[in-house]
Design a protein around this ligand. Structure first.
Ligand code: ADQ
Length: 456
């Protein structure tokens, strides 16, 4: 019999629909990978309910026990908007924006981590595996260990772990390291994140050992590299679906049947390099006026964290840039950039992937980047072209992509130009390798790889 798995994450895998007064499953790879595992082990999911004016009792949804955490509005703002998005997110993404260090948001971070740990301690037994997710909950492993909870404690970091020179600026660095080192296994998206963490733990917390195994306070902690994947087969099937193909053809027709469709799909976040990719497109059209009217660029940006000032600024910057490029190079009814600021249903997103000859994924820093993997799954046959930032975790697996430094506008422009005319044989050789990697390292592979050392 498998041990019970308790997942502890910032959000539950379900959303409260207040109009219909019921819980709806939130779509996504993580949820589809963990659902069968939790169901088979009769496990639970502990997470914030997403609703501040109502408290919910634990309930069952699709065979999994959901344990909602209740946070007040003030608590959530200080913890999530303040410390998670104002401090940790920029710091862990190479300080692309200056992280803010405030005691009045650090304290709620500790307090909310304590609420999660206490609630988990109430539902977990000594035989259970407790698997804590991501940067919002880095203190939880230590708090659980002190409460003597669970058979084994795992932690997975979805975002990068920064170089020690940056991490050491965090005034609460010792507490965060001590929190994480309460785990038995800590897993990272990439080798660089793992070695950054090992270095920080040795230099700032006095841990000893290698990048894969640390000794700390008389215990051994395993450090793992487990790149997250997607449900590759499901995406490939969706991409080949007749409805998807027809919709893709319709999208190309709506764009005026250009020779080349270039696509960007991101959460609207300053880490994703959307502005730099638009500048590269602008440079390309300046250099190659013959391409005006032949290349159409579609940028789909999901609204994100709009209560954070930096996100409002980046949105305005991007919209201004789009206006400038369209003003300079567009004809009436034929802008070079088509910009959609909205979330799309998965079937529609798949049709955009399918319609795109070239996919531009240019984050300045990214834990993994699932968009790159989704594009490969959907557009490996016929083969599309993936231009990928060296600074996405996915680049460690995707040597066959066209790798770029997104800060280098000239380099990115040249790569984009090449991507529009790359020959068919090279395109398919590269895509074959990318697809093999996505298919063999899917999200089910990922979940098993993370859980195996915790079962022990
Ligand atoms: P994110 O920063 O959110 O995730 P990413 O990995 O690219 O980034 O995932 C974005 C997801 O949102 C994709 O599944 C994509 O399909 C979806 N999406 C994007 N635009 C959309 C749109 N317009 N409409 C609907 N859906 C859209 C964090 C880390 C990443 C890491 C993941 C998983 O920052 O580095 O890969 O977690 O670990």
């Amino acid at each position: 019999m498998d041990r019970r798995v308790i997942v502890v994450a910032n959000r539950l895998p379900v959303k409260w629909d207040s109009a219909a007064t019921r819980w709806e499953t939130s779509p996504g790879g993580l949820v589809s990978a963990l659902t069968p595992i939790l169901r088979a082990s009769e496990g639970s999911w502990v997470g914030w309910s997403g609703v501040s004016d109502e408290e919910f009792e634990p309930f069952e949804h699709e065979g999994i026990e959901q344990v909602p955490i209740h946070l007040s509005d003030d608590q959530y703002r200080a913890f999530y908007v303040g410390f998670c998005n104002g401090t940790l997110w920029p710091l862990y993404h190479d300080a692309i924006r200056p992280p803010e260090f405030h005691r009045h948001t650090w304290r709620p971070y500790v307090e909310v981590n304590r609420i999660f740990a206490d609630r988990t301690a109430e539902v977990a037994t000594d035989d259970d595996i407790v698997w804590v997710q991501d940067y919002q909950l880095q203190l939880v492993p230590r708090m659980l260990r002190e409460a003597d909870v669970g058979h084994r404690i795992g932690f997975y970091l979805h975002i990068p772990f920064p170089p020690v020179e940056l991490f050491s600026t965090l005034p609460w660095r010792a507490q965060v390291l001590n929190g994480l080192l309460g785990s038995d296994v800590i897993a990272f998206q990439s080798r660089s994140s793992r070695s950054n963490f090992a270095r920080a733990a040795r230099r700032l917390a006095g841990a000893e050992g290698s990048s894969s195994r640390l000794e700390y306070q008389g215990r051994t902690i395993e450090l793992q590299v487990s790149p997250i994947g997607i449900d590759a087969e499901a995406f490939a099937l969706l991409g080949n679906d007749r409805a998807t193909r027809e919709r893709a053809a319709q999208i190309r027709a709506d764009l005026g049947d250009p020779e080349v469709v270039v696509l960007g799909v991101d959460r609207l976040d300053y880490t994703k390099g959307i502005d730099l990719r638009i500048k590269a497109l602008e440079t390309l059209l300046e250099r190659r006026p013959d391409l005006v009217g032949k290349v159409a660029f579609v940028q789909v940006a999901v609204p994100s964290r709009e209560d954070v000032e930096q996100y409002r600024i980046i949105r305005e910057d991007i919209e201004r840039l789009v206006g400038r490029v369209n003003g300079s190079f567009g004809e009436v009814g034929r802008p070079p950039i088509h910009y959609l600021h909205r979330s799309l249903p998965i079937e529609e997103l798949a049709a955009y992937y399918r319609a795109a000859d070239v996919m531009l994924v240019t984050p300045l820093r990214d834990g993994m980047n699932l968009v790159a993997k989704e594009y490969v799954a959907i557009h490996h046959r016929p083969p599309g072209v993936l231009v990928l930032s060296e600074f996405a975790g996915a680049a460690e697996q995707f040597g066959a992509a066209l790798l770029v430094n997104p800060y280098d506008t000239d380099g990115l422009t040249s790569m984009l130009e090449w991507a529009t005319r790359i020959d068919a044989e090279e395109r398919s050789r590269r895509m074959r390798r990318l697809w093999r990697s996505v298919r063999d390292h899917d999200v089910f592979w990922w979940a098993e790889r993370c859980l195996a050392p915790l079962r022990g």
